[in-house]
Write a protein that binds this ligand. Structure first.
Ligand code: G3P
Ligand code: CA
Length: 246
């Protein structure tokens, strides 16, 4: 599905974060049910080297616990409730480890893993091991605002798809991709800085364009009109309804 053809793919942001507790298995399952063809998620490294799926560096906002992920073990982290803060309906959701997402989500769903934490060789090693173990090397995009992390990963595993996240003006996209010195698969711009002609220029130059995070109907329509390769949204169902009735 992630072609540069006419179809704009639906990428569920932290799953279906508008309707379920972000970055939980429940949220990922709901996004797929709603028609997402891809999922975006964030990872941090725990004190004992597990890849914990969570947006923030601390567990304070999205669980009933407190503390930094980097200072807690997987066992400690997985005892926390990551669903009740959103709604009692989701009580008992856990902070997943990446392998739990891989085990749950079918292989036809593209997974966009955003590396949130500072570069760590242990994280790189663990991520590449899991991608191999779960046969996900070919249907994952690893993205980060820290492009050096992506370059290191790409050099270690040349088949890996890497995506540049950025807030800067989209017009500099080609220079930015070239500056990495490695093959870049996709661009993940902040959607407010997006111009349709730049999108087409990037796509014609072999780059996929996946803007984040678009939720409003008018903004979704604008991005669809611009012909982006995919849209990262908290509301996969809303985007599907709009896209499929055009
Ligand atoms: O990957 C796109 C988007 O998720 C980046 O911003 O803060 O939601 O991780 P953030
Ligand atoms: Ca993210």
């Amino acid at each position: 599905m992630q072609t540069n053809g006419n179809t704009t793919i639906i990428i569920g942001h932290r799953g279906a974060a508008g309707e379920a507790p972000e970055n939980t298995l429940g949220s990922f399952g709901l996004a797929v049910e709603q028609g997402a063809e891809a999922l975006e998620l964030d990872i941090h490294e725990s004190a004992d080297g597990a890849l914990i799926v969570c947006h923030d560096a601390s567990v304070d906002r999205t669980t009933n616990g407190q503390g930094l992920i980097s200072q807690m073990t997987q066992e400690e982290l997985q005892q926390l409730d990551a669903g009740s803060w959103f709604s009692p309906h989701f009580a008992g959701e856990k902070l997943p480890v990446l392998e739990e997402v891989f085990a749950l989500i079918p292989h036809n769903i593209l997974i966009n893993i955003e590396v949130k934490c500072a570069y760590s060789s242990r994280l790189e090693q663990r991520l590449l091991e899991l991608l191999q173990q779960f046969d996900r090397l070919h249907n994952v995009i690893v993205s980060s605002f820290d492009h050096k992390i992506l370059v290191r990963l790409k050099q270690a595993e040349p088949v890996l798809k890497i995506g540049l996240l950025y807030v800067a003006n989209f017009q500099n996209h080609r220079k930015m991709a070239e500056a990495t010195g490695v093959e870049v698969y996709s661009l993940h711009p902040q959607y407010r800085l997006l111009e349709a002609e730049d999108v087409q220029d990037a796509i014609q130059n072999g780059l996929y364009v996946y803007p984040y995070t678009i939720n409003d109907e008018e903004d979704l329509r604008k991005a669809l009109d611009a012909g982006v390769s995919g849209i990262i949204t908290d509301y996969p169902g809303r985007l599907k309804a709009l896209r499929d009735t055009r």
